[in-house]
Design a protein around this ligand. Sequence first.
Ligand code: ZN
Length: 62
Amino acid sequence: MLTCPLCGGRDVGRIAPEHYYCWNCFVELALEGGEVRAFNVDLEGMLTPVAAPEEPQGEGCS
Ligand SMILES: [Zn+2]
């Protein structure tokens, strides 16, 4: 059973093959290459990636 990478919860429902939805975070989860990626879904149905909290910001890095 898939768990949400954001909240770690199990309120995750499958909406399509390799596509899931977390009812706790209201994000869509997609399996890509064995990794779970989270996407926000806007009112038009567009998916925008949710920034992973552990990813460092590369600002100002030359
Ligand atoms: Zn969640």
